[in-house]
Design a protein around this ligand. Structure first.
Ligand code: NDP
Length: 466
């Protein structure tokens, strides 16, 4: 009898299976296409106790009870298909763990259906890509505490480790784990977009080569901006193409793809009424990038008057660093506020500091900045901006962000996310927004009413009598 089962032996499943087996567990593996299983066993499995199965019944029968089965299949219908296939063979008390990037509302639905059948279910965010899956990912499991306890020891063993402990914690009730993973990805989109925008200014305004930008990113990675995404960015900038010897990044088509988690984060932020403009604009940035043909056509139609100011390269680089820090902080701050609101609305019971802690290792958004965020976050202070230390941190960088965004505008360079981060801060720290005029307009054309600043009550005006 094997300790645990894993279904879905694509890149993530294979690496997670190896990680689990290397921690001393025996594992039954199953994949819909048998060739993938055979190839995996032949090429990747050495001494690990990983055993292949080619039909669901014998796969399930190979597991010790209560059975624990991890799904690492494509999000969406495939998860329902696999659950449907498994159900006839499962017993009450068995546990299914969905480790894919499932939409949190799907996870809630599955938890409900399976609870009625006595099957435990965990929706678990897994971050770190294939390397993380193999060497220690960040794990974000949500569901019942009882279900978590069934696999707690195993999850802690396979998770990444940092000086603050294992990068795995019981995130919260129901779909809390998948919700947190979704927002993690939303933040990931925003950080990637911010780094790319800074890169764009460096290459187009400062005329730096990819190699030079790589050197600057590497230097930044040794300081406050230290993070996985900064690290891979400098390595990407320095990577030479085998075929041409040119920096490979310069040969990659500028159309950024997406699988949905960033879009879900943006949609959910609108549903819950929490502003996350940097995250939303990062999704828009990817969508825009896809209109390559239109962009090429328009670029030939638009006249541009470039400024001729002499720039001090080192000063601009320093400003770009601070603008990036500002935008990264802002992105985390918006994401954490969204998680906090969801925790209240959906009753997740999420410990925000724990979420930041388990993001410190293994995952794609791991960053030195998380230590600072952990210092200031609390349940009563989910909006990280409302803290004197945050205000100081951001204020110190405001001049740099202003200079960078102006420089970008003067040079026709879009900075969707960095601009959104600045406007977010301006909006959130502005006593008087022009929403009074919007309320007047709404009342004018739709009798939607408005409140006044000088008296209580709800008012409507017959504007057209003017
Ligand atoms: P994919 O998302 O590409 O999914 C491929 C796997 O899903 C294969 O095993 C495939 O089986 C299986 N599958 C697809 N449709 C069905 C179906 N109808 N019934 C049964 N099995 C099906 O693989 P990844 O390894 O990239 O990701 C797995 C999960 O982990 C996804 O949810 C993904 O979003 C998530 N994830 C991925 C990360 C990454 O870096 N790639 C990082 C973090 C999470 P078959 O071989 O038969 O087609």
């Amino acid at each position: 009898m094997n300790n645990i089962g894993l279904i879905g032996l694509a890149v993530m499943g294979q690496n997670l299976a190896l990680n689990i087996a290397r921690k001393g567990y025996s594992l039954s593996g199953y994949n819909r296409s048998h060739e993938t299983t055979e190839k995996f066993i032949k090429e990747k499995v050495k001494d690990e106790k990983i055993y292949p199965y080619y039909d669901i019944k014998s796969f399930v029968e190979s597991l010790e009870k209560p059975r624990k089965i991890i799904l690492m299949v494509k999000a969406g219908k495939p998860v329902d298909d696999v659950i449907h296939e498994l159900l006839p063979y499962l017993d009450e008390g068995d546990l299914i763990i969905d480790g894919g990037n499932s939409y949190f509302k799907d996870t809630d639905r599955r938890i409900k259906v399976l609870k009625d059948k006595g099957i435990h279910y965990l929706g678990m965010g897994v971050s770190g890509g294939e390397f993380g899956a193999l060497n220690g990912p960040s794990l974000m499991p949500g569901g019942t505490k009882e279900a978590y306890e069934m696999v707690r020891e195993l999850l802690l063993k396979i998770a990444a480790k940092t000086d603050s402990g294992e990068c795995c914690t019981y995130v919260g009730n129901d779909s809390a784990g998948h919700f947190v993973k979704m927002v993690h990805n939303g933040i990931e989109y925003a950080i990637m977009q911010s780094i790319s925008e800074v890169y764009d200014v460096m290459r187009k305004v400062l005329k730096l080569t990819s190699e030079e930008i790589g050197d600057i990113f590497e230097k930044w990675n040794n300081g406050e901006l230290n993070s996985f995404l900064m690290e891979i960015s400098y390595k990407i900038m320095k990577h030479k193409d085998d075929k041409t010897g040119k920096p490979l990044v310069e040969l990659i088509l500028d159309e950024a793809e997406q699988k949905g988690t960033g879009k879900w984060t943006a949609e959910t932020s609108l549903d819950l009424g929490i502003p996350t403009p940097s995250l939303n604009l990062a999704v828009v940035g990817r969508t825009l990038s896809f209109f390559k043909d239109d962009r090429v056509r328009l670029s030939k139609m638009v006249n541009r008057n470039y400024p001729e100011n002499a720039l001090n390269k080192d000063d601009v680089v320093e400003d770009l660093k601070n603008a990036l820090l500002f935008s990264v902080f802002s992105s985390f701050s918006q994401g954490m506020w969204l998680i906090s609101e969801a925790s209240k609305v959906y009753g997740y019971g999420i410990d925000l500091k724990e979420v930041l802690r388990i993001w410190k290792g293994g995952c794609i958004i791991r960053a030195r900045l998380l230590d600072f965020l952990m210092e200031i976050i609390s349940e009563d202070n989910a909006n990280l901006l409302l803290d004197a230390k945050s205000v100081k941190f951001l204020e110190e960088k405001i001049d740099a962000v202003k200079k960078v965004t102006k420089l970008a505008k003067d040079n026709y360079i879009p900075m969707l996310t960095v601009n959104a981060s600045l406007d977010y801060f301006y909006s959130m720290s502005e006593e008087n927004l022009p929403a009074n005029l919007i309320q007047g307009q709404r009342d004018y054309f739709g009798a939607h009413t408005y409140k006044r600043i000088d008296m209580d009550g709800i008012f409507h005006t017959e504007w057209q009598q003017d």
